[in-house]
Design a protein around this ligand. Structure first.
Ligand code: THU
Length: 199
């Protein structure tokens, strides 16, 4: 019925907003496009979308100016990292792809160690690679994983990785997960790590 079609159009209509204010760059994001908007405008848009029963992740995607094509690219790159996973102890392979606000993508895999403790998760590998090359502004991360590199269920980031993400990322940073049926789950960092610790 009519409401439904309005709802479906809404993400499309809203997607025009940040782009019109943005620079002529076609590429993903030069900055969080909604950073240019005052907080009341962002809250208004968010409420508007929620009232119209649209998915909150839609507006968050729009606010982060990330489209479906970019998400697919992130998943593809994350999946591609499974083959580099060094996980002889757990045999659980994880791959991650981190999108920076300048449009570059840093990838990572988990790297285990005989002493277990020094093992590093895929997400942190990606973040540390990026930060060590001067990148500190991030839009989203895609994560996939599974036993022997076969994706089964969603692979949400561990608590340590959530805390590391919170060191660099804003509350609306997107965490993208995918299972073997190609179902996608999207969370904001705020959703996965509410009331986070910072100094
Ligand atoms: N692992 C990740 O790489 N990311 C996560 O968020 C969860 C766990 C890795 C660590 C370890 O090498 C293996 O998965 C099993 O825990």
């Amino acid at each position: 019925h009519q409401n439904k079609s309005q709802t479906q159009q809404l993400p499309f209509l809203l997607s025009k907003v940040p782009l019109s204010l943005h620079s002529s760059r076609q590429q993903v994001v030069a900055s969080n496009a909604f950073g240019a908007f005052p907080i009341w405008a962002r809250l208004f848009l968010r409420e508007f979308v929620l009232i119209y029963n649209s998915k909150e992740s839609d507006i968050i995607s729009i606010m982060n100016n990330i489209n479906e094509q970019t998400k697919s690219e992130l998943f593809e790159k994350a999946e591609n990292m499974l083959k580099f996973s060094y996980s002889p102890y757990s045999h659980f392979c994880v791959g991650a792809a981190l999108l920076c606000t300048d449009g570059t993508i840093y990838t990572g895999c988990n790297i285990e160690n005989a002493a277990y403790g020094p093992s590093n998760c895929a997400e942190r590998t990606a973040i540390f690679k990026a930060v060590s090359e001067g990148k500190k502004d991030f839009v989203a991360i895609a994560i996939v994983g599974g036993k022997e590199g076969i994706i089964e269920d969603f692979c949400p980031p561990c608590g340590v990785c959530r805390q590391v993400l919170s060191e660099f990322c804003k509350k609306d940073f997107l965490i993208l997960l995918k299972d073997k049926k190609n179902q996608v789950k999207e969370f904001t960092l705020e959703q996965l790590l509410p009331e986070s610790f910072s100094l």
